[in-house]
Ligand binder design. Sequence first.
Ligand code: HEC
Ligand code: HEC
Length: 446
Amino acid sequence: MAVNAYFSRRALMRATFAAVLLLLPLSCAVLAAPAVREDTIVGSPPALAPGQAPPLPQAGPLAEPRSSNQVGFPAVLTQYVISPATLRPARIALGQKLFFEPRLSGNGTVACATCHDPARAFSDGRPVSIGIHGRVGQRNAPTVLNALYNKHQFWDGRVTTLEQRAALPITNPFEMGSASIGDAVSRIASDKDYQTQFMQAFGRGVNEQDMLSAIAAYERTLASFDSPFDHFIAGDANAISDSTKRGWKLFNIKARCHLCHALTDNQRDPTLFMDNDFHNIGIGILRHHVAPLAQQAERELAQGHLPAIDTAAITSEMSVLGRFLVTRKESDIASFKTPGLRNIVVTGPYFHDGSMQTLWDVMDHYNKGDGITDPWLDKDMQPLALSESEIDDVVALLASLTSPQYKQIGDQEYARQLATSKVNRPQRDTGRAFGPKPKQPPPPPL
Ligand code: HEC
Ligand code: HEC
């Protein structure tokens, strides 16, 4: 596993264990109190009429920027990844408003929040996202919480900054479908309130660059920690159950999760649960003929042409090629970014294609080391021989990563998934989980 530590490890540990550190100017500008929506929602959202985009969520208290006053908040890392100048309150407020602005879409129906709903921890609860005119994409919407720490954005890492990231969905034909960014800007440019807010935030009129900066500034305030697990790491031994404590041990030893969901292979990492790297873990590839798709990508997509890659990733079967779309390296075929795991119980369904319904399905996938017929499967994937109670322990750990704003929906969703797992375990294969590591086939000629 590549070690992509982009900050001093000791500094990170110091920051993580210090309970409360207020290093950001944003802390005075934003709310601290956890808010819980009363009409919390669990499970899948309702089906839509054909041709219809999902309803636009309202900006409630859960849309507010998060404070740095959270147990487990990585102050040093945060200072490293964002310059405080970008976090001016006027910019954040403008970005928050733009995040809910449907006029940025081609027909005024879709905003960022359509697929990144604050009530669902900034995801949408669907296997794959649905955008303008009800068009169904190929990929699951990841949370925007903690995206500020991502070294790469998107499942395949095709862009690295939140500014670039904000531009792409506005013109993607399956997401917001604007003819151009300029087009989207022109639809809000005549709005008096926006004119005033842009002036306050940037000292000039409505324009494309500042619009993207404002959205990114808002996203950079969405740090999410303060979970029961963080309180445990900070020293409160009673913050999590015994099962969860066993789950944390299993995560770092027998279940091998830390090999990818931590910055290094040999140190426990309680911060972001990702390695800033890409792996093929056998999702999706089992159902697709990859070699012809790779040939198609070579033929049809100019290498490095970002809009073409973006469209292919969201709208075509080539989506399954993952990181390969960006790098054209055979070893990257069907590899995807390791996502962080915070608030994970709230952000299902799981994986880049939303193909798994519960965290028990996720565990069954890893337990059997799925992907025998996948020649590019990551070498760290292997059968784990986890018992049923060990699986429950790791799921308990995952559920302990829920920030206080989502405690209620997290508890409900955990109960719902548990009930589902009692009657339906489509991924379970105990024979394989306790069997030997299968031989990997050689890659086919491309
Ligand atoms: C129609 C649904 C939809 C809309 C609208 C949408 N997104 Fe997304 N968003 C997605 C999906 C799906 C992905 C994953 C796509 C991929 O990886 O190929 C994503 C990924 C992201 C990511 C990357 C997160 C990560 O961990 O890599 C960020 C940040 C983001 N969106 C922000 C935004 C912003 C800002 C807007 C509005 C300008 C927006 N999104 C509009 C569905 C949507
Ligand atoms: C070889 C690297 C690797 C190992 C080992 C690994 N993961 Fe992952 N994990 C990934 C990658 C890459 C993805 C995204 C894959 C995709 O969607 O195609 C992922 C996705 C997930 C998801 C879904 C996240 C989401 O937002 O949909 C969960 C949950 C998860 N992993 C938990 C675990 C647990 C628990 C373990 C240990 C049992 C583990 N992972 C072991 C690399 C790994």
